[in-house]
Design a protein around this ligand. Structure first.
Ligand code: NI
Length: 156
């Protein structure tokens, strides 16, 4: 496994649309493992492939210790409720904002085993799923932030 460089805001790749993964080969499996390692090293709870320079529809999310979701071609198929909580992004260091997100989402995705699954998540999990899947369409959390936070409003 290898820790990859995280692309930062200003790099035009972050605004591009990622393309679907068609074949889950060794390169995709290695990329998945490297993305999990990179996310953990950066203390993040999610990372999209585009953030490590790969325009593929693939994200990793870990909101519960040692339970990473590796999602290939993820798609939100159901949204319920609403939440407005603080959000940040490994590509936008030191920026935080209150976003408008569904409270609960259901995501359909493919795992590395090539099979399709669905998962329903609420709260932080729902925010993370939405945030990472937005990255695949070139959308950053600040685009739909209700408001950005001043540094002194952020709790660490
Ligand atoms: Ni992000």
């Amino acid at each position: 496994m290898a820790k990859l460089n995280i692309v930062k805001e200003g790099d035009p790749i972050l605004r591009k649309k990622s393309r679907p993964v068609e074949v889950i080969d060794d390169r995709i499996k290695t990329l998945a493992a490297d993305m999990v390692e990179t996310m953990r090293a950066a203390n993040g709870c999610g990372l999209a492939a585009v953030q490590v320079g790969k325009l593929r529809r693939m994200v990793v999310v870990e909101v519960e210790e040692d339970k990473p979701y590796i999602m290939i071609n993820p798609e939100i198929i159901k949204r319920e409720g609403k939440q407005n909580e603080a959000e940040g992004c490994l590509s936008l260091p030191d920026q935080w904002g209150i976003t408008d997100r569904p409270m609960t989402v259901t995501v359909r995705y493919t795992k590395l085993d090539g099979k399709q699954y669905t998962v329903t998540g609420s709260g932080l999990a729902a925010r993370a799923f939405c945030h990472e899947i937005d990255h695949l369409d070139g959308i950053l959390f600040k685009d739909n932030a209700v408001r950005m936070l001043d540094p002194d409003e952020v709790e660490h």
